[in-house]
Ligand binder design. Structure first.
Ligand code: MTE
Length: 309
């Protein structure tokens, strides 16, 4: 993505890799494990209660943990794939709440502890395809975003949701620079947001969400380019108009509102026909809707996918 790497971050703000690596203990989901985490005390890296496997999971081999948590885009911490893993430990994720408002019957501000209790957690192994041409397979833990959205009873006039990421200038050096228009905002049509594949993710690899991946709660929309999947969400606003989104505002000819993965619709600077799975040497063909065409194709019936890219 076209952003400058900031140079004004003092070295004191960067965690040495060795300290970071010590914290990252790989903890697999223990099938049927009886550990019940006091979720109010959940910290990035802590183990989550065992999550049921989801029928939406791909049988593909997950990308190794070190890549999933070490090769990230989180511009609030700066640009460069290794920067979020070095700096995101400073993000304050407690207390945390998500405001749901706009065109709804019952606007609410929900604490993360209450969000975690809304539905049983599921493990969803999804492909994640970044617009830059790389992809991963990530075992996310979470539940369908629709469960959260239904809490506030959307009005009939609500047609879209806008999702906002947190802005913490004292912990996120990137937001002190005009790299993007802060807060990072993404949007979905309401039917896309309510689709069961759309995930409110609170963890990965059986752990509480690592901060560099968007703790404590992030979006995962597996059939869209990765930039749609906003991290560290603090607000979800229901609207009747297509919301302005960060990347679309910055470069509308490059980043569309829909951003559905499509090998036949190229980005002006990158062909989208092929992708490199992180860890692989050779590229592989990209699939329409990132391989989720059967589930989500009907959402776009009759739409010109070149025009609504
Ligand atoms: N959310 C916020 N708030 N800030 C970001 O910079 N980057 C996006 C998306 N969500 C981003 C964000 C992009 S471009 C991608 S590809 C994915 O997060 C990367 O998610 P990952 O680091 O967990 O792989």
């Amino acid at each position: 993505m076209l952003i400058q790497r900031p140079h004004d971050v003092p070295p004191s703000e960067i965690t040495p890799k060795s300290v970071f690596a010590e914290r990252r203990q790989f903890l697999r989901l223990a099938a049927g494990g009886a550990l019940v985490l006091a979720l109010s005390d959940a910290h990035a890296g802590d183990r989550l209660p065992a999550a049921a496997a989801s029928p939406y999971s791909t049988p593909e081999e997950p990308t190794p943990y070190r890549h999933v948590t070490g090769y990230n885009n989180f511009v609030e911490f700066g640009s460069g794939k290794d920067i979020p893993a070095e700096r995101a430990h400073r993000l304050r994720t407690s207390p945390w709440s998500v405001t749901l408002d706009g065109l709804v019957h019952k606007p609410r501000m929900l604490a993360i502890e209450d969000i975690l209790k809304l539905a049983p957690l599921e493990e969803r192994v999804y492909r994640l395809r970044c617009v830059e041409g790389w992809s991963m397979v990530v075992p996310w833990v979470g539940f369908s975003l629709s469960t959260l959205l239904k809490q506030v009873e959307p009005l009939g006039s609500a047609r879209y949701v806008a999702l906002e990421s947190v802005v913490q200038p004292d912990t996120q050096p990137g937001v002190r620079l005009p790299l993007l228009d802060w807060p990072y905002t993404e949007g979905l049509r309401l039917d896309e947001a309510m689709h069961p594949l759309t995930l409110a993710a609170v963890g990965l690899y059986g752990e509480v969400m690592p901060k560099q991946n968007g703790a404590p709660v992030r979006l995962v929309v597996p059939w869209k380019y990765g930039f749609k999947s906003a991290k560290s969400i603090v607000r979800i606003r229901f609207t009747d108009k297509e919301p302005l989104t960060t990347w679309n505002k910055l470069q509308p000819d490059e980043y569309g509102f829909y951003a559905n993965v499509n090998p036949e619709v190229s980005h002006p600077r990158w062909s989208q026909a092929r992708e490199r799975r992180i860890g692989d040497f050779l590229k592989r063909p990209t699939q329409l809707f990132n391989g989720y065409a059967e589930q989500v194709g009907p959402l776009y019936a009759g739409m010109d996918l070149r025009k609504f890219y």
